[in-house]
Design a protein around this ligand. Structure first.
Ligand SMILES: Nc1ncnc2c1ncn2[C@@H]1O[C@H](COP(=O)(O)OP(=O)(O)O[C@H]2O[C@H](CO)[C@@H](O)[C@H](O)[C@H]2O)[C@@H](O)[C@H]1O
Length: 480
């Protein structure tokens, strides 16, 4: 068995704001059959503390950035957890990263430095647990662990850093360096220094033995300034240690043959059952079903996701006979935009502002096509759910979207391998052309069904990628 400590700031089914939680929650189970035992360290937010079944104290800190703390080894919802119980940092109402007013918690640097500090202590064997062979850091929130391991006493486990989204980097002013328990020499280009301050993601990428991101195409994109967002230089220097490993989805949770959120089961071999979901979806969004395609969107509403382009392209969607059901929440101006579109187009556009897991399942099962017009997308999970549920993904050709959907171009159609549609990202005219292509393909039932079936038969599970992570861990851990 290879032993891994995963460090993440959100993990399903306990706490989630986005795709990071899906991945951190699903990977341990997917890795187990590959001989990898994962324990996951996460902050003791109120929702996490409330879910703990048992809890043995494996480490105590008299003062962890402003108050006492302990690490509890526990199980919850089938996960093997290490929970950082630090009430002064986590026991509060509000979001994981922001307070009730929507602005970031003022002490986020300490909240996540503490997570990294605890990870480093466990990593070097200072807790009453066997030290893991590998410490796997997810995103900036875990990043400072790399620095604490590098500057602290040995022994040092091997480390992997995974980038789920380069847009969130965790930057804090240099004046915090000492309070963050980083030595003066850390403020150097080969340390944690980043644009004159302390960079948490920078620290992860600087010190990790290996860097992964969540698709091969995004792994290339982040070597360039547009997607690298300031860290591309470091990544280019470390390019030999950077790889892309695609995310998967939990195919037991996402299984159209046994999903209690759907009115009837269906499969690639029996697509007829899908019609009941299509009708139920239209009904719940107040949409009139015509002959045109029923488009769906399930997304955080942020500029990353390119949904402002979709709002602009709404007239084209409607002119080509389509209708739209959207589930999303996020930036207020985008929420308002889709609310207004729904009000102006009753029966044709419906918007549910918020998030509801069962509703998302019904949308994937009932939509003809699911739109993902992202400006950048490290991997993307919604298009994988769409493939599995026979909703044809219509995606921007970036990051993991480019790696997981086969565009219905003439060559792919002739070879019978198309699974969706792609279009150039960040371009409203290209999105509009894609909407028209969808309408044309949807009008050819046989071609459309072929695309749906191909998608449903593509492997979107964790199987292949879990094997790649397991090989990476074993290579880093070396012979036992
Ligand atoms: N309004 C809402 N509220 C709460 N949840 C919502 C929501 N709308 C959608 N979701 C859910 O959040 C997840 C979204 O995952 P994605 O991978 O598509 O994007 P995200 O940008 O969050 O993740 C980042 O990390 C993941 C994981 O590596 C990468 O796939 C991705 O490209 C990267 O941007 C899905 O489980 C989806 O159902």
């Amino acid at each position: 068995m290879t032993s891994v400590l995963a460090v993440a700031s959100e993990v399903i089914p306990l706490v989630k704001t986005g795709g990071l939680a899906d991945v951190a929650g699903a990977l341990p189970g997917a890795l187990a059959p590959h001989g990898v035992a994962v324990r996951t360290l996460l902050p003791g937010y109120p929702a996490v503390m409330a879910a703990l079944i048992d809890g043995a104290v494996v480490a105590r800190f008299d003062d962890l950035f402003g108050g006492p703390a302990r690490i509890l080894a526990a199980t919850a919802r089938g996960l093997d957890l290490l929970v950082l119980d630090a009430p002064h940092l986590y026991a509060r109402d509000g979001g994981l990263y922001a307070g009730p007013d929507g602005s970031d918690w003022a002490d986020n640097a300490f909240r996540f430095a503490a997570l990294g500090y605890a990870a480093a202590e466990i990593g070097r064997g200072a807790a009453s647990l066997p030290a893991p062979q590998i410490v796997h850091l997810h995103d900036w929130q875990a990043g400072l662990a790399g620095a604490y391991l590098a500057y602290g006493p040995g022994p040092r486990p091997k480390t992997v850093a995974t980038i789920h989204n380069m847009a969130f980097q965790g930057w804090f002013p240099e004046s915090m360096r000492e309070a963050l328990r980083l030595p003066p020499e850390a403020m150097a280009i080969e340390g944690v220094e980043y644009f004159g301050g302390v960079g948490f993601l920078k620290a992860a990428l600087q010190f990790a033995d290996h860097i992964t991101t969540v698709s091969p195409t995004y792994a290339c994109e982040i070597l360039q300034p547009d997607a690298g967002l300031g860290l591309d230089g470091l990544l280019r220097a470390r390019a030999a240690d950077v790889s892309g490993i695609l995310n998967g989805i939990d195919t037991n949770v996402w299984n159209p043959e046994a999903d209690s959120a759907l009115p009837a089961p269906f499969s690639a071999a029996n697509l007829e059952g899908r019609e009941a979901s299509r009708r139920a979806l239209a009904q719940s969004f107040g949409l009139d079903l015509g002959d045109g395609p029923l488009f769906g969107v399930v997304s955080r509403l942020s500029s990353q996701k390119g949904l402002d382009l979709l709002a602009e392209a709404a007239p084209t969607l409607l002119e080509s006979g389509g209708s739209l059901a959207l589930i999303g929440s996020g930036e207020a101006w985008l929420e308002d935009r889709f609310r207004a579109l729904a009000e102006a187009n009753p029966g044709r556009i419906g918007a549910f502002i918020g998030y509801d897991e069962r509703r998302a399942h019904l949308l994937q099962a009932g939509a003809d096509a699911v739109l993902v017009p992202s400006r950048f997308e490290p991997c993307g999970l919604t298009q994988l759910c769409a493939l599995r549920y026979g909703a044809v993904p219509v995606v921007a050709r970036v990051g993991g979207l480019a790696d997981t959907v086969i565009d219905a171009n003439p060559a792919a159609l002739a070879a019978g391998v198309a699974t969706g549609l792609q279009f150039p990202s960040g371009d409203q005219a290209a999105l509009e052309a894609a909407l028209r292509r969808v309408a044309a393909l949807h009008a050819e039932p046989e071609t459309w069904r072929r695309i749906q079936r191909n998608g449903m038969r593509s492997d979107v599970s964790w199987n292949a990628s879990a094997a790649v992570y397991a090989d990476l861990y074993r290579r880093l851990a070396g012979p036992v």
